[in-house]
Write a new protein. Structure first.
Length: 244
């Protein structure tokens, strides 16, 4: 994998409000994201976190500025229905990920391919939730944590150069969320990819993040790297950065 940097240059995004006034979600934001880094984007509600992520994912377009991004991306969202097809089995969803990656075949033409099944099983085993034994179970029969683990497996099988996550583990308990985060982070490190995740759960940042970007009212107010001591930052310190 040859992942290049992702550049956000002087981005401004404005949304119309019901009262006729415009709401500036992002204002003159410039950032560069680097391969091999797991970056957290944090801030209060309405600070522009998800807007930034969706602009990078090309889901939204800014009024001003530009994105320099040639990396193939995968976006993980909090809702299971955004990541998986609920009417399909675990295996069908993951075969679909391989199809979308550009294998050139309708996924069910190689549905019973042993090499593909082995690869899928190996990825699921990384989450230590015995999901490899639930290959042919409907997604609807899985717990919330299992669904998010399957979604994460789908992202890994897609092999993106840029992995984006929007509050992906925020609804999970403190036992399951770190497992999923660690597997995704290992993918980023092993493949020299770029990971950018928006979160409200500040507990997951110390010890995990290579970088923390803090947004406030659409502007970057802090950009902290691991060399600045992220692993030693307390939740109280992170809260202070958000609300000061």
């Amino acid at each position: 994998m040859n992942c290049k940097e992702v550049h956000v240059e002087n981005i401004t995004k404005v949304f119309p409000a019901e009262n006729g006034e415009n709401i500036t979600a992002l204002q003159n934001v410039s950032l560069t994201f680097y391969p091999g880094e797991w970056t957290y984007v944090i801030g209060a509600n309405g600070s522009g976190k998800s807007t930034l992520l969706n602009i990078i994912a090309d889901e939204l377009h800014p009024e001003q500025g530009k994105i320099r991004n040639d990396a193939e991306h995968f976006l993980l969202e909090q809702k299971t229905s955004a990541n998986l097809v609920p009417s399909m089995t675990v295996y069908e969803n993951l075969v679909l990920a391989l199809f979308k990656k550009g294998k050139g075949l309708w996924p069910f033409k190689f549905y019973k391919n042993r090499e593909i099944e082995k690869r899928i099983t190996e990825v699921l085993a990384c989450f230590d939730m015995e999901l490899e034994s639930r290959l042919h179970s409907s997604v609807l029969t899985l717990s919330g944590g299992q669904c998010q683990a399957v979604s994460a497996a789908k992202a890994i099988l897609f092999e993106p150069q840029l992995l984006l996550a929007d509050e992906f583990t925020s609804a999970l308990d403190q036992k399951v969320a770190p497992i999923i985060i660690n597997v995704l982070k290992d993918y980023i490190k092993s493949n020299d990819a770029i990971g950018i995740t928006v979160t409200h759960d500040l507990h997951e940042i110390p010890g995990n993040g290579d970088r923390v970007i803090v947004l406030k009212c659409g502007e970057v107010v802090a950009d902290i790297r691991s060399t600045d001591g992220i692993e030693k930052m307390s939740i109280k310190n992170l809260m202070r950065l958000i609300h000061e």
